[in-house]
Design a protein around this ligand. Structure first.
Ligand SMILES: NC(=O)c1ccc[n+]([C@@H]2O[C@H](COP(=O)([O-])OP(=O)(O)OC[C@H]3O[C@@H](n4cnc5c(N)ncnc54)[C@H](OP(=O)(O)O)[C@@H]3O)[C@@H](O)[C@H]2O)c1
Length: 287
């Protein structure tokens, strides 16, 4: 089995690839696609094959999927990029990768997505069957571009197409990722009770590996997250920050925003978070 992984220089991918390589059996191989040749050595040293190039280049996609059995598409553009780039990478290149994979005879395709595709809360944990309503000013084109990729990749799913598995991630943290500190950029403006659903890198990798290796899935979409969304107060405490003086006067406009059910991946694929809450990860020294 040869597995192609994209986005391996990013926060999720760079922590996922060593875990994937650690699970490979004799004869299984991993190929990574990355843009920056100076960052290739680390992956080659770990035992991965390296293809250099940009996801938006069809020739690169052809080389990347040649001989591959499975794809894990981690790559995305959303950290401070123009909306056009977000659409080009997250939607167009993801769908082009799906088409290239199908044309090359690849069956299994794991698409890394985001819980932001759900949009507004539903007054209960979000389940995979809920319709996508991406939107909101905070994230620009990112949620819609990821939702569009899901829709178009789902059209390629089927017995004669891709065996698609979509993992929707929460706010990912841990292992030195500065994301937890970044959370205060938003949480500093929230009501004290407003919550953020999170997932540690170890658990995101666990969820993606379960999606990659499961012989069959009960529907393509799976939420991946921990058991304990944290409040804006927790986020300040975790970061050692004072609470804003007026925080107690604010109210939470949508208490179920971004809160995902993990019942499906628990029941069907045996997922159990290694770090059920960010506090467990803190106590384990895994932040
Ligand atoms: N982190 C989170 O909290 C979170 C939450 C929900 C969902 N997700 C999803 O998880 C995935 C990974 O997120 P992340 O936090 O690891 O993002 P990240 O740190 O920004 O990494 C993005 C990766 O995508 C690559 N990439 C971007 N544009 C590319 C292009 N045109 N061609 C080839 N590679 C390209 C980047 O390569 P360069 O290094 O060359 O730029 C990098 O490896 C994404 O699909 C994202 O939607 C993340």
């Amino acid at each position: 089995m040869l597995t192609l992984v994209t986005g391996t220089t990013g926060q999720v991918g760079r922590r996922f690839v060593p875990r994937l390589l650690a699970q490979t059996r004799p004869g299984e191989r991993v190929r990574v696609l990355l843009r920056d040749a100076s960052r290739a050595d680390r992956f080659a040293d770990l035992g991965a094959e390296v293809v250099l190039g940009d996801l938006r280049d069809d020739d690169v996609l052809g080389k990347a999927v040649a001989g591959v059995d499975a794809v894990v598409n981690v790559a995305a553009a959303f950290r401070g990029v123009p909306d056009e780039e977000a659409k080009a990478v997250n939607r167009d290149a993801a769908v082009a990768l799906g088409r290239a994979a199908r044309a090359a005879g690849v069956r299994r395709f794991v698409q890394v997505s985001t819980g932001l595709v759900y949009g507004t809360g539903r007054g209960r944990p979000l389940v995979e069957e809920d319709e996508s309503r991406p939107g909101g000013a905070m994230w620009g084109a990112y949620p819609e571009s990821k939702a569009a990729a899901e829709r178009e990749l789902l059209a390629l799913d089927g017995p004669n197409g891709l065996d698609l598995r979509i993992g929707r991630l929460p706010f990912v943290y841990g292992e030195g990722d500065p994301h937890l500190a970044d959370s205060l950029r938003w949480a500093a403006h929230w009501a004290p009770t407003q919550r953020l659903h999170m997932g540690h890198h170890a658990d995101v990798a666990q969820g993606l590996l379960r999606l990659l290796y499961a012989p069959a899935v009960n529907g393509p979409i799976h939420n991946i997250a921990d058991d304990t969304p944290v409040t804006a107060v927790d986020l300040h405490q975790l970061n050692g920050a004072e609470l804003p003086v007026d925080m107690h006067t604010r109210t939470d406009p949508d208490p179920w925003l971004g809160i995902m059910s993990t019942q499906k991946i628990r029941r069907d694929l045996g997922f159990r978070p290694i770090y059920p809450s960010v506090w467990t990860a803190r106590d384990a020294g895994a932040l």
